[in-house]
Design a protein around this ligand. Structure first.
Ligand code: AMP
Length: 277
């Protein structure tokens, strides 16, 4: 497995990778969610590249950039075991040299849900992902449904800017009790970890009510709020019941509908979603 830190070196290694090439972009501290993307990338492609880069541009000033969990040694040994061909691990200076001044920005859908709570977030995501696509030149790139808005925004960027690759979105990998795997779960203490189950429980409640015939989005929303409020460690950032393409809020639940939420458990902000379809 090649471990590459610079763009110049990556371009050299890229010439030796056999086509098609799959890319899995990550911020490291790898878990089974990441591994599911890597395994699918291995099945679909002849070579697999994983990038590990904690992208400062997508963190707000008051967010967790400095304490974001990192464990490069463990990540690299996991990637080696999975049979990944190359790992791209650039420094911040390599990705954003002094006087770096370009941005890639997708309108509209980036203003809602996560974008409403984290105004600069998606501009950082699309800028870094566009750079990674240009450096790595993958045939396919893999993203998780866990960050569904991110996947939708990246698909829009690729379509709008005629980027020549295929985006593949794969299902969320969960703990046995339903909590979506996330590097940020490592912030939770034991009480918070238990409380964090409320995200998935509230999504499952919405799904159940819908299956029983409830079509009023406000009712689903309110029932989710009621359930989450029973958990003293949880504070709702947003709950959204929206169109899966435009991310506009729905009044009536038509298929497919995206139910998504962000909830703070103590100091840790977690997100999750399900698609009713
Ligand atoms: P991150 O390292 O958190 O930026 O995530 C890298 C990629 O892994 C993104 O495409 C995420 O959506 C995806 N991912 C994170 N958690 C999960 C999960 N629990 N299941 C599936 N994919 C995930």
């Amino acid at each position: 497995m090649e471990i590459i830190k610079t763009i110049v070196d990556f371009r050299k290694v890229r010439l030796s990778l056999t086509e098609p090439v799959g890319l899995v972009p990550t911020m490291g501290y790898l878990h089974e969610g990441h591994m599911s993307l890597i395994r699918q990338a291995k099945m679909d492609n002849s070579s697999v590249v994983v990038s590990i880069f904690v992208n400062p541009m997508q963190f707000g000033a008051d967010e967790d950039l400095d304490r974001y969990p990192r464990n490069m040694e463990r990540d690299l040994s996991q990637l080696q075991k999975e049979g990944v061909d190359a790992v791209f691990v650039p420094s911040t200076a390599e990705m954003y040299p002094i006087h770096f001044s370009s941005r890639v920005e997708v309108d509209n859908i980036t203003q809602r849900l996560e974008g409403a709570s984290r105004p600069e977030h998606f501009r950082g995501v699309t800028t870094v992902i566009a750079k990674l696509f240009n450096i790595i030149q993958p045939t396919r790139a893999y993203f998780g449904q866990k960050d569904i808005q991110q996947a939708i925004v990246i698909c829009k960027m690729v379509a709008d800017l005629n980027m020549n690759l295929i985006i593949i979105t794969l299902p969320t990998v969960r703990e046995p009790d339903g909590l979506a795997l996330s590097s940020r779960n490592s912030y939770l203490n034991r009480r918070e970890r238990k409380a964090a189950r409320v995200l998935y429980q509230s999504l499952m409640l919405a799904k159940k009510l819908w299956q029983e015939g409830e079509r009023d989005a406000k009712t689903l929303h309110w029932e989710m709020v009621r359930l989450i409020r029973k958990e003293p460690l949880a504070a709702i950032d947003y709950i959204s019941i929206a169109d899966t393409k435009t991310l506009m809020e729905r009044e009536e639940v038509k298929l497919p509908t995206l139910v998504s939420l962000a909830v703070k458990i103590g100091k840790t902000r977690l997100i999750d979603n399900v698609i009713l379809e």
